[in-house]
Design a protein around this ligand. Structure first.
Ligand code: TYM
Length: 328
């Protein structure tokens, strides 16, 4: 049995990078008896930067609805909102006691995000440890994520090994898994930067809820390069390579093979637009249907949290006892 787990932070708009990098990989084979899939909306992570409470609540439901629309089967594993399972925060504290301050400070995302803030929340520093708790709570073997999360999964590995060494075998040691292509989808308008959920990248991000026209427009305006020949060369032609990665991610072909099929950038962009619209339109249609019944989605999340708590409680109990806490 392979146990897979991943989470999505409800800040900004979910986009094609999230879909190709993590949503589709975690949902692959979810119905197989050999796979146990845990997917959650990591709402607590959305509190690490300045936030609007009403917006976090709204996005949490939107993300959950989009994950269902993308094909998540809530009965095939666990599906919940992170904060509905308080065991995540309890284990977070225990794991903080095994993580060095310097270790947390070295995280690339912390350096990048804290550099842009005037007041840095302590939770921004400790959030990878909460992520480690998310992962270790469910005996996860594989963590399907985009490349930007690799370092955080490495930290979870280190903490798991450290806990097991000091306090006895308690946690499964997880590993990050990335899709063969599109593990780092870049922004269409500035291909040196990854596609992101933030509002500032609206022109360069292909959002799961964008209308087909908007998707086409953004792709046709994507920054390419000075030349005109279509070749797969991420270093010298990052804009074109990104389009080829997106096309490959949507169609299952290899980016270098695809390059040979196009004579010019216009033709390539039209093919990318068709493939992206074909991939995202059904998700948007299902989303609109599901979003008309939010009570149903909330009931699904409640049932998921109840089952998750049963599993998580056992693990926290073992960790508490191993680390030296007196049972009540
Ligand atoms: P988040 O919400 O920023 O991103 C969700 C997932 O999408 C991937 N991703 C990308 N993949 C390819 N190209 C891109 N441009 C791109 N942008 C984002 C991310 O790598 C991620 O897999 N901390 C996490 C959520 C989380 C989590 C966890 C993940 C919380 N607990 C436990 C795994 C395991 C986050 O904020 O991801």
């Amino acid at each position: 049995m392979s146990r897979r787990l991943t989470g999505f932070t409800p800040s900004g708009d979910l986009h094609l990078g999230n879909y190709l990098g993590a949503i589709r990989p975690v949902l692959a084979d979810q119905a197989s008896d050999d796979t146990d899939t845990v997917v959650f909306v990591s709402d607590l992570h959305a509190l690490t930067l300045h936030h609007d409470p009403a917006e976090v609540r709204r996005r949490t439901l939107e993300f959950a609805t989009l994950l269902l629309a993308a094909g998540l089967d809530p009965d095939a594993g666990l599906f919940m909102v992170q904060s509905h399972v308080p065991e995540h925060t309890e284990l977070h504290y225990l794991l903080e006691c095994l993580t060095g301050y310097g270790e947390a400070q070295r995280m690339i995302q912390f350096k990048e995000k804290s550099g842009r803030q005037r007041q840095v929340r302590t939770s921004l520093l400790t959030y990878p440890i909460l992520m480690a708790a998310d992962i270790l709570l469910y005996d996860t073997d594989e963590v399907p994520v985009g490349e930007d999360q690799r370092q955080h999964v490495e930290l979870a590995r280190d903490v798991a090994v450290r806990f097991n060494t000091h306090y006895g075998a308690t946690f499964t040691v997880p590993r990050a898994v990335h899709p063969a292509v599109a593990a780092r989808v870049m922004d269409l308008s500035s291909p040196a930067r990854k596609m992101s959920k933030s509002a500032s990248s609206a022109a360069g991000a292909l959002r799961l809820l964008d209308q087909p026209d908007a998707l086409r427009r953004k792709i046709m305006r994507a920054v390419t390069d000075a030349g005109s020949a279509v070749a797969y060369d991420p270093d010298r032609s990052p804009g074109v390579a990104n389009l080829l990665d997106i096309l490959a991610g949507c169609t299952g072909a290899r980016p270098a093979d695809l390059a040979a099929r196009f004579d010019g950038y216009g033709e390539l962009k039209r093919a990318v637009a068709d493939a992206v619209v074909d991939t995202l339109s059904p998700i948007r249609t299902r989303y609109l249907r599901l979003a008309s019944d939010p009570d149903h989605v909330r009931a699904v999340l409640r049932a998921g949290a109840k089952r998750a708590r049963e599993r998580a409680a056992d693990k926290v109990c073992r960790a508490r006892s191993a680390i030296g806490l007196l049972p009540a």
